[in-house]
Write a protein that binds this ligand. Structure first.
Ligand code: 3SL
Length: 235
């Protein structure tokens, strides 16, 4: 198994993902939300680029079947049902519904990865399940969505952890960037929040008072599920 890492949505070039299994990571907070919503019974998650697309899908599928979620600049989008906090997607809200989501970076990274042979949705909350699911894969690319086309500490830490675990589990060969991110994770693992808090996106969310989201999104292996993006939907 070869493991590479890409560290922003802008750097997902077709030749880096073609014929590879991609794991898209947006720890804060898009992929943590998706995994949570699906684990809590959502039928599927449809990632879209623009709010208008989300409103149209809600009309098409029926108001009662769809929940609109996401953010711009970390705050809920006008006219949407919920923002981008994992705590919004409890079973009473999301069970048997389709979640249509648009976020600044995470949904874009997923849509930009379409050319991969398989696209998996990952975060700390399903990290252990992801490693198990990748057994037997030959070419793996871990994509950190980043923030506003830049590297973010939290996605780098999660990608680094997955790379390190893949090396341990399957003797994976890591590219230099994968080795570097594994070393970053190894250095930070005693106190992930301390390192992540030095990053811009983490501190922006902390400044907006999303402390419980920050705490939640760094929990490891909360869920066993491994969502897959296929034909426009994540299930
Ligand atoms: O950019 C994204 O996809 C979001 O996850 C960012 S936020 O954490 O909701 O601000």
């Amino acid at each position: 198994m070869n493991v590479d890492i890409i560290l922003s949505a802008r750097e997902i070039f077709p030749d880096r993902v073609a014929n590879k299994t991609v794991v898209v990571i947006d720890v804060l907070r898009a992929t943590s939300v998706m995994v949570t919503a699906l684990a809590n019974g959502a039928k599927s998650v449809i990632p879209v680029m623009h709010p208008e697309e989300a409103f149209n899908i809600k009309k098409e599928l029926g108001e009662e079947n769809v929940v609109l979620g996401g953010e711009r600049d970390a705050v809920p989008i006008e006219g949407f049902d919920y923002g981008n906090s994992p705590f919004s997607y409890v079973p009473e809200v999301i069970c048997d519904k389709t979640l249509v989501m648009t976020t600044t970076n995470g949904t874009r990274a997923i849509l930009n990865s379409k050319g991969a042979s398989k696209v998996i949705i990952g975060a700390f909350v399903n990290d252990v399940a992801i490693v198990k699911a990748l057994e037997g894969e030959e070419e793996v690319v871990l994509v950190g969505s980043g923030s506003y086309d830049e590297f973010t500490m939290e996605d780098a830490l999660c990608a680094g952890k997955l790379a390190m675990d893949l090396k341990e589990a399957y003797d994976a060969r890591l590219t230099d960037v994968s080795v570097a991110m594994s070393l970053l994770y190894h250095t930070a693992k005693g106190d992930l929040h301390k390192i992540a808090a030095q990053g811009e996106h983490y501190s922006r969310l902390a400044g907006l008072g999303y402390d419980s989201d920050l705490d939640y999104c760094f929990r490891s292996s909360v869920f066993e599920i491994v969502p897959v993006f296929y034909g426009g939907s994540i299930v």
